[in-house]
Design a protein. Sequence first.
Length: 219
Amino acid sequence: MIERIAILGTGLLGTSAGLGLRAAGFRGSITGWNRGEEGGQAALAMGAVDALSSDPLQASRESQMVLLAVPIYATLDWMEQLSTVLGSEHLVTDVGSTKAQITAAAGRLFNTPERAAFLPGHPMAGKERGGAALGDANLFRGAVWLFTDDPSWRRSPASAALVKDWRELVEAMGSKTLDLDAARHDELVGWVSHLPQFVATALSALLEEEVAMRPSLKT
């Protein structure tokens, strides 16, 4: 059973995960780390984490599960670092919105009987703005939490049990879990999430340009 969690990245998703776990009845310890002090202190003040660590690798070693709630390339960097210090009694998971690169790295760096497990994940939830201050215990309630697990991975019994426990905690937070192939995930998310965002951004930029080109009306 998972009793010790480290959350690396206490922005919107990391803080919401901590709050959601507490709301779901999780009674274990949650240690947070954030690159910026303000986000970490906000998560601590809100009760999303019990303590802040200045040494994320040590906090990860002392945990059973590590949640990477940082941007994609930072996630890949942390995966490289964590793979050298964690063992078969650990689980690492993430919340990244693209999964092909992360899933490939998970197969290369983790998920053998001697190494930590890595479960690539993506909660389909968020807000227009980020930051710990907007953390919400109900952010994941009713949302789909996608996983791009690979059935060919061979984990230790201990880490496989942690994977099962994390899936149950995600469901306890109110999410529906769904497994997808990593490439299929990125294709679908590109259509339903990333493309509309790009179109909206382009439209906003176009409107701003059009308004700026027109002379202001005098009253």
